[in-house]
Write a protein of this length. Sequence first.
Length: 128
Amino acid sequence: MKEEVIKKYVKNLDGLLEELSLVQAIPAVRIDEKAVIFLFGRIFRFLNFDDVTVGHEKAGDLDAWAWNEREMRDTIIEFEATSRNFDIHEHDPKKCDLIVCWEHNWKQCPSNIEVLELKYLWAKAQKR
């Protein structure tokens, strides 16, 4: 995962890593899209979003719309178990800003889409 993505989207990395370290069951469960959404909900308060609406009309066929008041910018988010599922599900890359996934495995991910890989953050939390 690119550290620039973490710097852009995470406002409190220490708090986020502490929160993920409290989630002990991650390796024992199959991570699907619902688990990614659950984990996102657990760490939302540590991210650079003031508001997130899952199923917002501005997101269209994607999963969520997020707002950053300080930067006056919105972000369209797609949740996936793996980033490659974005392509498999035939989402429009022009309409997405951020994929939040468990594992980033899409080598041909378009450069306009950033990826926040929760598995990478979880591994960082376990090393603390």
